[in-house]
Design a binder for this molecule. Structure first.
Ligand code: B12
Ligand code: SF4
Ligand code: SF4
Length: 313
């Protein structure tokens, strides 16, 4: 039987994660997703909003963290803000736009390493960032890291939404008297939208492809982020002169009032590289797919990025 973590150990984890650049950190005992979430998610699938993202149909894994990592007893949830001055300069200086999270090194590797480095000292486990079926926004909402906005993203009331979610699935239980600070009945996208977005429709109006359904769900097939990163079927690529994005899209975040004074994090792992800046200029000279190793842009490869440019010019 595994021993429980102590309150002191949780404090240590929190302090060390903050030193590594994580901003909001929270702990959750292992939980089963609620019937309300299952209903929400199954409706999303029956409305076919997941487009060709077939992995999203694996509800068995989506609905139970233990199907991802059976030894999970508790979870560390944290947000990592990535906006920095150099990326904003690059966005101004170059012809084409790349989403703010993607100018530097591949965040999967960078953030998983940072998370595991700290948490492993306290419990065996697995660091998770964006590459498993874990319902990350729902888990982070339960951990109180933010609220769900009409644009479907998790938003922090004071710091905005330019952050990535990072988790560590721990093999140890939380302290016996640990109190979870949120009750499931108190959260739902509808409640959040009513409380925090109210009558605002800035993201809905600004979205160049009308991908936002105002219930906190995005129609993936319409979303520029999907089209420029995930879509492999050329026929579905749609020409548009309404935006300049060649990889990802930040429009529904840029217009959001909660991002008026976003939190900056001058982490050079997220600074633009020579290669991302060349690509943002449409300059492919001397570049091959291998040049994209270690960058999130690798997902789209050189041919894909060329196609993306041809769709907006
Ligand atoms: C597939 C995917 C995409 C797809 C589909 C997007 C989508 N909105 O579903 C595409 C490629 C389009 C995409 C785009 C982007 N993505 Co993405 N994506 C994912 C991924 C892998 C799965 C998301 C998923 O399952 N979607 C289906 C919906 C229905 O489920 P969901 O995500 O759990 O979200 C809903 C439920 O949780 C529900 N909910 C929340 N709490 C509660 C409570 C109750 C009681 C109920 C009933 C429901 C409920 O509300 C949420 C909103 O609909 C996650 C990582 C992960 N494993 O979760 C990252 C993730 C969501 N993406 C992320 C990011 C950063 C982006 C982009 C900003 C990247 C970019 N700049 O281009 C864009 C933003 C587009 C947008 N406005 O959403 C971050 C979001 C961080 C944040 N602050 O919210 C995540 C969490 C990755 C990470 N680890 O940081 N993404
Ligand atoms: S990421 Fe861009 S295309 Fe997708 S919902 Fe937001 S504004 Fe619309
Ligand atoms: S732009 Fe307005 S409606 Fe959209 S998420 Fe932000 S506050 Fe909510």
């Amino acid at each position: 039987m595994s021993e429980n973590l102590t309150k002191n150990q949780l404090e240590q984890i929190e302090i060390h994660l903050q030193e590594e650049g994580f901003q909001n950190i929270s702990f959750l005992p292992y939980f089963e997703v609620s019937e309300a979430f299952k209903h929400f998610y199954l409706k999303y699938l029956s409305d076919k909003k997941e487009a060709n993202l077939i992995y999203l149909r694996n509800t068995e894994a989506k609905f139970d963290i233990r199907n991802i990592y059976p030894q999970t007893k508790s979870i560390v949830a944290a947000s990592y803000f990535y906006l920095n001055s150099k990326t904003l300069e690059a966005l101004k200086a170059h012809k084409y736009k790349i989403a703010r999270y993607a100018w530097g090194r591949d965040y999967h590797n960078v953030l998983k390493k940072k998370m595991a480095k700290i948490c492993q000292k306290f419990s065996e486990g697995r660091a998770v960032v964006d590459s498993t079926p874990l319902p990350e926004k729902y888990t982070a909402r339960r951990a109180n890291l933010g609220f769900i906005g009409k644009n479907g993203l998790l938003i922090h009331e004071h710091y905005g939404s330019f952050f990535l979610l990072v988790f560590y699935l721990m093999e140890k239980e939380l302290p016996v008297d640990y109190k979870q600070n949120i009750r499931e009945e108190e959260i739902s996208p509808a409640r959040d939208i009513e409380k925090y977005c109210q009558n605002c429709v800035k993201c809905v109006k600004a979205c160049p492809t009308a991908a936002i359904d105002i219930d906190g769900c995005i129609e993936a097939e319409k979303c520029v982020s999907y089209r420029t990163i995930e879509e492999r079927e050329e026929l579905k690529l749609v020409k548009s002169k309404k935006h300049r994005y060649i990889f990802g899209c930040d429009i529904c975040q840029v217009v959001c009032p909660y991002n008026k004074k976003p939190l900056f994090n001058e982490d050079d792992d997220f600074y633009p590289t020579k290669i991302s800046m060349a690509l943002a200029e449409g300059d492919f000279s001397g570049l091959s797919d291998d040049s994209l190793n270690g960058s999130p842009l690798k997902r789209r490869k050189i041919e894909g990025l060329k196609k993306n440019i041809s769709m907006i010019t």
